[in-house]
Design a binder for this molecule. Structure first.
Ligand code: 13P
Ligand code: SF4
Length: 351
């Protein structure tokens, strides 16, 4: 079967329309430049009784405003446990969708609906469903970086925090299909010793780290430890001293206080919390294949403080999804939350 080809252009099938995007940029330009956006967001948060959830890949000022900053598992757990009336999700579309799957009665606001994800966008549900037909009797495990429609085709959702643990909980002889990230899938195979059928997807941000340049940087800084997200290529992961989700990487930096230099192979937004946790340490970005020396997710960065303000002021854009898809997607998300209860408690800001 022909899989979608690589494309580094941010795109999101969930986008309402190009007109909506234009409307958003016009509304951003119309914001009074003298307005104190931070104070306005705090005021609106109180007025809406809202909780702001932010991923580690968001801009520093958004992380600083959030009630919870976390990786995708911690944020799904925070969404499952909140008693706020409104969820404001500063992350990408699939993360906000997951919050909506769990909270059908709460409005879930996303500052920019076009904040997609290369993994989710390159795994359309119709193609994925066709592909799955080749593998009856397999347990379908999907990375949370997938659309609600793909989640609806799954048995269990996983994140980079819990994928290894959840796969280990399945019977040894259970055949498994894993999508959509081939690198995470391969890493999970290595950690669990279980062979899985992998969908051929990848993250444009993590796949651009260059193994040869990384080796050269390590030669220049021999005392530095390499820490990497499992979405990176095998040749990058092979050089890593530690591999884990964004939260696991942050915890590693927090606890390895004897280490003073780290080469970080994941999105650069995580450095905000790492530098805060370890002001005594030096953080170097893992070198990319070409271009600037930082790895910034173009989708995550569509969310800005201006758009955060607007979505709270106008209560729009909001995540909408049909109820049949939501109900089908809820089962594998609930299974994930149940199977990883013992792993990661909800992260509070500053944890
Ligand atoms: P985490 O599960 O570590 O938050 O990763 C999500 C993600 O999109 C990584 O690119
Ligand atoms: Fe998706 Fe990669 Fe961006 Fe994470 S960093 S949201 S996997 S495109």
């Amino acid at each position: 079967m022909q899989l979608p080809t690589a494309d580094t252009t941010p795109q999101n099938p969930a986008s309402e329309s190009a007109g909506q995007e234009m409307d958003l940029s016009v509304r951003v330009r119309q914001i009074d430049p003298t307005l104190d956006l931070i104070e306005e967001i705090k005021r609106l948060k109180h007025e809406l009784n809202a909780v702001i959830l932010a991923h580690y890949y968001q801009d520093d000022e958004i992380q600083d405003l959030a009630d919870h900053v976390g990786d995708s598992l911690a944020l799904a757990q925070a969404a499952a446990n909140t008693d706020a009336d409104v969820i404001v999700f500063c992350g990408v579309h699939f993360m906000a969708e997951t919050a909506k799957i769990i909270n059908p009665d709460k409005p879930v606001l996303l500052p920019d609906l076009d904040a997609g994800c290369s993994l989710a966008d390159r795994c359309p549900a119709d193609l994925y469903g066709e592909w799955l037909k080749q593998y009856p009797n397999h347990t379908v495990i999907n990375y949370i970086n997938s659309s609600a429609a793909v989640k609806a085709l799954s048995d269990i959702i996983v994140t980079s925090s819990n994928a290894v643990d959840i796969v280990k909980q399945l019977p040894a002889d259970q055949p498994i299909v894993f999508g959509p990230d081939r690198h995470l899938g391969r890493w999970v195979e290595g950690q669990t010793g279980k062979k899985m059928v992998l969908w051929n997807g990848f993250c444009i941000v993590h796949e651009q780290f260059n193994a040869r340049r990384l080796a050269a940087l390590k030669a220049e800084y021999p005392a530095a430890q390499i820490i990497a997200h499992p979405e990176c290529e095998e040749a990058v992961l092979a050089q890593a001293d530690f591999i884990g989700s964004t939260l696991a990487l942050l915890k590693y930096v927090q606890t390895h206080t004897e280490q003073k230099q780290f080469i970080v192979a994941t999105e650069v937004g995580i450095l905000h919390q790492m530098k805060r946790a370890r002001p005594d340490a030096e953080f170097l970005c893992s070198p990319p294949n070409s271009g600037c020396n930082c790895a910034s997710c173009p989708y995550m960065r569509l969310n800005t403080i201006e758009k955060l303000y607007l979505c709270m002021r106008d209560r729009h854009p909001e995540i909408v999804m049909d109820e049949a898809t939501r109900l089908r997607a809820l089962l594998p998300v609930q299974r994930m939350l149940e199977m990883s209860q013992h792993l990661a408690p909800v992260q509070q800001k500053g944890d």
